[in-house]
Write a protein that binds this ligand. Structure first.
Ligand SMILES: *Cc1c(COP(=O)(O)O)cnc(C)c1O
Length: 399
């Protein structure tokens, strides 16, 4: 059996998105800025994609700026709000300790440029509350940036509530919705979102393309100077096939969203129940307020890396921490942020499912993880210390 269970890292492309892209590359190869036929064909394809996407997000097509992906959109949103604030003497930014590095590293750069950053603690359940945001907002707060759903543990944040609060306080609100879009309902108007980032390859679209939604009236800061593309806010010839593929994948995900959730959530919960049968293990993050396909566990006495290698041998592709940090020996900043001690944060496993997974495959996942954890523990001197009582357990035997 082969099970790709790393959909939070990236997804397999949808067939209809591939077809739309191929057609676009074959026929609409012109430059959308050119005035002759093939150029205008490309322009039409581009603007149709923008309209389709705007419909899904519930915004105006003019509020969409195409980018090279989620990271670029995060960078541009945060710099925009920071510089708009600085012009009015507001140099304080609120975020959380468990954001994606595209957000955290941008904030660290801005701190060096003289901005003051407040990173909210994340509760043990992996959720930040509107009350926390409310008590952190000051007169000089320029921006609140909080992710819609966490990429490692899958917890969903109360974004509509936080958006409403920020709107009331007159503070710009950005959300990194890369993990949420295509997986749970998101509506930029209902959720009071000023800026939102998304990335096509997290919902079965192509890699290297995404967008920034910025509410009407927000003057974006350019990261890239050059031509007048994207209303002068993002220079460079547009990635027309990528954008077309993104629109098709998004429309498909949005029209299938109810089915996807109805089918996947019980399978995700079966996986959680199964993994809870492993002694000295714990689910990371709230069991209910989570993405339909994301499950993350910590196992005592295990090295996440060895777990991944043995699972790979059994035909299972999974992740430990995020792709950006795997390969380094530092434990995940997300797991540390929700209060996991170092020794268990090292033994984490993220399984992120796609909508096609079957009950049989879920049971194979459970059996495989069980057997691999047992094998690794039997070889581990650390585990022996726990068994003989030389070291004490962090978790209770069963949750
Ligand atoms: C994947 C991801 C990103 C980065 O998106 P890219 O398109 O790969 O640059 C940003 N934020 C979150 C939450 C992600 O999961």
């Amino acid at each position: 059996m082969n099970i790709y269970a790393d959909n939070a890292a990236t997804t397999k492309m949808s067939c209809s998105a591939i077809q739309a892209m191929t057609k676009c590359m074959e026929n609409y190869y012109g430059n959308p800025s050119s005035l002759y036929g093939v150029g205008q064909d490309a322009k039409v394809a581009l603007e149709n994609a923008r309209e389709q996407i705007a419909q899904v997000l519930n915004c105006n097509p003019k509020e969409i700026y195409f980018t090279s992906g989620g990271s670029e959109a995060d960078n541009q949103a945060i710099r925009t709000a920071a510089y708009l604030g600085a012009r009015k003497g507001k140099k304080h930014i609120i975020s959380t300790a468990f954001e994606h590095h595209a957000v955290l590293h941008t904030l660290m750069k801005l701190e060096k440029e003289g901005f003051e950053i407040t990173l909210l603690d994340v509760h043990h359940d992996g959720i930040v509350t509107a009350e926390q945001v409310s008590s952190a907002i000051r007169e000089d707060t320029a921006l609140v940036t909080i992710m819609y759903a966490n990429n490692e543990i899958g917890t969903i944040q109360p974004i509509a509530e936080i958006g409403k609060l920020c709107r009331k306080c007159g503070v710009l609100f950005h959300t990194d919705a890369v993990q949420a879009i295509g997986h749970i309902p998101v509506d930029v108007t209902k959720d009071h979102i000023d800026m939102l980032s998304l990335s096509a390859h997290k919902f079965h679209g192509p890699k290297g393309v995404g967008l920034l939604y910025a509410r009407k009236g927000i003057m974006l800061t350019n990261l890239i100077e050059g031509g007048a593309q994207e209303r002068g806010k993002r220079a460079g010839t547009e990635n027309v096939p990528g954008i077309v593929g993104m629109a098709v994948a998004l429309k498909e995900a949005a029209s299938n969203l109810d089915n996807y959730r109805r089918r996947l959530i019980p399978l995700r919960d079966r996986l959680i129940q199964g993994l809870r049968q492993i002694e000295y293990s714990e689910l990371n993050g709230d069991p209910v307020h989570r993405l339909p396909g994301t499950v993350n566990f910590c196992f005592e006495g295990i090295e996440g890396e060895s777990l991944l290698l043995l699972l790979d041998d059994m035909g299972i592709q999974a992740s430990s921490g995020s792709a950006c940090t795997s390969g380094s020996l530092d434990p995940s900043h997300v797991l540390l942020a929700i209060g996991r001690p170092h020794e268990v944060a090292h033994g984490s496993l993220r399984l992120s499912l796609d909508g096609e997974i079957t009950e049989e495959e879920i049971d194979y996942l459970i059996q495989s993880v069980k057997s691999v954890v047992e094998r690794l523990r039997n070889m581990s001197p650390f585990w022996r210390d726990l068994v003989t009582g030389k070291r004490s357990h962090v978790f209770r035997q069963f949750q």
